[in-house]
Structures are given as C-alpha cells and as structure tokens.
Design a protein around this ligand. Structure first.
Ligand code: NAD
Length: 502
C-alpha cells in the first residue's frame, strides 16, 4: 500500500493536518485474505473527537458562505482524482476488506456515482418561491446547511458507504467528521488526501479513527448537528435512540435478511446464477446480499441443484488474484461466529446441502468459507432470523406465492427483497405487497442508484430521511420559510386590509 500517510499506526485527519491520537490503545488491521498486518488503528478518545469537531466548526463559517457552485467545482475535481486513482483505491479496498478486485472497482464506481450526484447541488439545494401570496407579499423557502455533521460507517464498503454521506453533506455546505470502521480504516486516509488535493479547505472533512469512544463522543457532542450511521441493527438502534436523546437529526441504516422468492414460471438456471452471485459476492458481506431463498415447492429440488452447481463453479482465494470470485470474511472472530451458525442450522434440522467449511480446509492463512447452502430451513430457525453476514444461504420451501409472501413478512428486517418470475402479475403483486424498502424483479442486488433513496424498512432502518437521492439533500439541510413585504415610497399603511369572504 503506497501512499504518503498510510503509516503505522494510522493518524487522524483534523483541520487538514495528520495528527496522532491521544490514545494508547490500538487494534491490528490484518489483510483478511492472508493475515498479513497492514497497519494499526488508534482507538481515539473523546478529546480527539472534540478537536475534530472544533476544527469542523471553525471551517463551517467560511465553507457555508462559499457559493454552492464553487463547492460543487471542488467535487468535480475530486471526481476526476477518484477516476485517476481508481485502481489504486480498489486495490486498497481489496487488501483491507478482502472482496475481489472487480468487486472493489464496482464499489468505487457506486461511490463515484454519489460524487456525481453531489455535483448537481446548485440545483438540488434550490428552495421554493411563491410571489404575491397576499398583496405585495412574497413567500419563499430557503435551504441552509446544518453545521458540523458526522458519519459512522461499517467495514463492508469502506469507500462507498462514506460516499453516501460526505459528498452530499459537504457540497450542501456542512463540514464533516468521519469515523470509519476500525476494521477497514485505511482507504479513508487516501480519500482525505484526495479531497485536499481537490482543493477542499482544511477542516471541512475530518477523520477520527477508533470505535465506541469516538462514536459516543460524536453522539454526545453539542456541536454535532446530525449523525449518519450505517452498520448492524443493534448498533443502529442504539445510535438512533442516543442521538435523539442529544437532540440530533439521525439516519441509521441497519442490518438485513434479504429474501428472494422464486416462482415456478421463472427461468430457474438464470435465477440460480443471479442468487449465487447475490448471496456469495463480497463473501455475503453486503447489506443487500440474498441470504434467504423462498422457493415454490414444485421447483425447489431443481433450484437447489442449480444453486449447488453454480456455487461449485466459484473460485475462492485472495481477491487480488485473477479469476477469484469469493474472498475471505473480515476477521477470524467473525468466521468462528459463522461456523457456530452453521452448527446451529444443522442442529435445528435444516439440510446442509453444501458445506463451505470443506472448501476452506486448505487455506489456513485467511478467513475463508466457501459457499454454504441449507435446504429445508424455516422462518423460525436462527439461520433465517439472524443476519449471518457471510456466504451462507438458506432455502425455505413454500406452497405458493401467498405463502411465500407470508414467509418473507415474518422477518424483522426489510432491506431488500426480490422475485424471480416471467409473469407480470406476480411481479406487480410482489412490488405492491412485499414488506421491504428496496425491491427487485429478476434483479439479484436491487441496490438503488445514488439519485434514489436507499430506503430500507422495518428493523433495517431507523429514522425518517434515508441516505442518498433527494432524501440525502433534505437530511443535510434545514429549511427557512420567509414571508416578505416591501412598501413603495410614501406608502404609510401598515398592510393590507382584512378581506372577508361573504
Ligand atoms: P457494526 O455495527 O459492527 O459497526 C458499524 C460502526 O459502528 C463501526 O464504525 C463501529 O466502530 C461502530 N460500532 C460498533 N459497535 C458499536 C457500539 N457498541 N457502540 C458504538 N459504536 C459501535 O457493523 P459492521 O460489522 O462494521 O458492518 C456490517 C453491518 O452493516 C451489517 O449488519 C450490514 O447489514 C450493515 N450494513 C447496512 C447497510 C444498509 O444500507 N442498511 C449498508 C452496509 C452495511
């Protein structure tokens, strides 16, 4: 990893300077494919948070007064730097996260999409005007940035998920403090360098590395006006409740269990390929990964056979090697938890038709698990109720569409759901009735493009305004409604007479 500031241990980026944390606590950052130590991350303190928030608060004065078109121009330059450094950034993602290089490139492209969206801020931030709402009186709504806002992000998309936040936030005139995942903090350092190179003034974007103490420092800080969080469900719920206690605006995107309903009229081979790619891409560590299949009984045997065949064709290994489909999971501790889930699935009576532990036997260095498939699972089993966040897929069998929909509705999560069908009636019914915020019809990962909201439901989201799209702009701005009246020279009246409708 060759950059100027990716050192060991990592530093924080505060007010445009690389500064050491006040902490004496650090965590190792291993490459999950090899176990090789990449760097160490400081578990920064609340004092470090305060310094970053103070720097962001000072920068807000000048930045919020900078014309929005000038702010957008810096985003254009940042966009061009991201494009120039695509491969370098993708390689960083693969090294720290484990996903394969093409997946890392795709992650970056989805992030760049958000930068493109933010470049439209002069239009996106426009208010509303209605002249002459009464005699000589005009009404208008103006949009203003909030102040210092913070982002707390997960390990699984170290570049893209922060890009759901800071491009919109800062182009709208806010200043930003990022707390990246302590498990994948390296690429954020390079991002900070590129933002500086793009001409972003010091203090507008800051990075404080660490874990719980940094999160709590941000939640409690009186000068942080809004919190964007993406991560697991229990933490999202905690963030939502705590941020609200401290009077902050909050959006908290949480965990998922995405169900894929396969109808008998679908093209089963194509459905199986799509499900395998969705379930096992990024080692299943995607909040939009297929993790539960609901198959109508009459085609279930055939579908499961295809799922196993397609999975057998995947190549597992270090994501920097050519042709690797499936990388490792993030940590050895996570892998142990996933092994426990596999044991629990077997104990509960599900059929383990493909055991990915076998594939990993010859790979002692990284944290690998091959594609793992359970058949004949049911909605009450822990392997279906919980998000496992690994290449583990559970198939449930149902009688028909109605029972399929009912099975999906029993999940406490509602991030994504997909139907495979060639029948428009089922497709339409599914879109209308399924309890999930992001729905696919014959699409394995229905993650919306950045100009739409990322709109999870149920326990997959806490808050009101979602990330991305117009919701993102609304989240990072506040409205001011102005009613104004101007008098002509010599007019001594105090205003218009009341008019009663007869
Ligand atoms: P995580 O919840 O462990 O960590 C997310 C962030 O919260 C990290 O920055 C971490 O330092 C912090 N954190 C963790 N525990 C905390 C605690 N007790 N108190 C305060 N802060 C804490 O999540 P993860 O394992 O890094 O990421 C995977 C999870 O993220 C999965 O559940 C996945 O579904 C979810 N995710 C959701 C979306 C979405 O759009 N809904 C997108 C990506 C990931």
């Amino acid at each position: 990893m060759s950059t100027t500031t990716v050192g060991n241990p990592l530093k924080n980026y505060i007010g445009g300077q690389w500064v050491e944390s006040a902490t004496n606590r650090y965590e190792d950052i291993p490459n999950p494919a090899t176990g090789e130590l990449l760097s160490r991350v400081p578990l920064s303190t609340k004092e470090d948070v305060d310094k970053a928030v103070q720097a962001a608060k000072e920068a807000f004065i000048g930045w919020s007064a900078t014309p929005v078109a000038d702010r957008a121009r810096i985003m254009f330059r940042f966009h061009s730097l991201l494009t120039q450094h695509q491969d370098e950034l993708a390689e960083m993602i693969t090294r720290e996260n484990g996903k394969n290089f093409p997946e890392a490139q795709a992650e970056l492209l989805r992030g760049i999409e958000m930068v493109e969206f933010a470049c439209g801020m002069p239009t996106l931030m426009m208010g509303e005007t209605l002249p002459n709402i009464a005699a000589n009186i005009d009404g208008q709504v103006l949009r203003f940035p909030l102040g210092v806002v913070a982002g707390i992000t997960p390990f699984n998309f170290p570049v893209m998920v922060p890009m759901w936040m800071y491009p919109i936030a800062i182009t709208a005139g806010n200043t930003f403090v990022l707390k990246p995942s302590e498990r994948t903090p390296v690429s954020s350092i390079r991002i900070a360098e590129l933002l500086k190179e793009a001409g972003l003034p010091d203090g507008v974007f800051n990075v404080v590395n660490g874990a719980h103490d940094v999160v709590n420092g941000l939640l409690e800080h009186p000068d942080v006006k809004a919190i964007s969080f993406v991560g697991s469900q229990p933490v999202a719920e905690y963030i939502y409740k705590t941020a609200a206690t401290y009077g902050k605006r909050v959006q908290a995107l949480a965990g998922a269990k995405n169900h894929h309903l396969v109808m008998p009229d679908s093209d089963l081979r194509r459905a199986a390929k799509t499900i395998v790619s969705s379930a096992f891409g990024c080692a299943g560590e995607r909040c939009m990964a297929a993790s539960a299949v609901v198959a109508v009984e009459e085609i279930a045997d055939q579908l499961v056979q295809y799922l196993v065949e397609e999975s057998n064709a995947l190549k597992m290994g270090n994501g920097l090697e050519q042709g690797v489909d499936l990388g490792p999971v993030i940590r050895d501790t996570h892998l142990s938890k996933v092994h426990d889930y596999i044991e629990k699935g077997v104990a509960a009576g599900a059929d383990l038709v493909r055991d990915g532990r076998e594939d990993a036997k010859d790979m002692p260095d990284g944290y690998f698990l091959g594609p793992t498939i359970f058949d004949k699972a049911d909605a009450e089993m822990v392997i279906v109720r919980d998000e496992i966040f690994a290449p583990v897929l559970s198939v449930m069998r149902v009688k028909d569409f109605e029972q399929g929909l009912e099975t999906i509705s029993r999940s406490r999560f509602g991030n994504g759901a997909t139907i495979y069908t060639n029948n428009g009636k089922w497709g339409r019914e599914f879109v209308q009735r399924v309890e999930a915020g992001m729905v696919g019809v014959n699409v394995g990962v229905p993650a919306p493009m950045g100009f739409f909201a990322f709109s999870g439901w149920k326990e997959s989201f806490y808050g009101d305004l979602h990330a991305n799209g117009k919701d993102g702009v609304l989240f990072y701005t506040k409205k001011k409604t102005v009613t104004s009246r101007w008098f002509e020279d010599g007019d001594t009246s105090i205003g218009s007479q009341k008019v009663f409708v007869k």
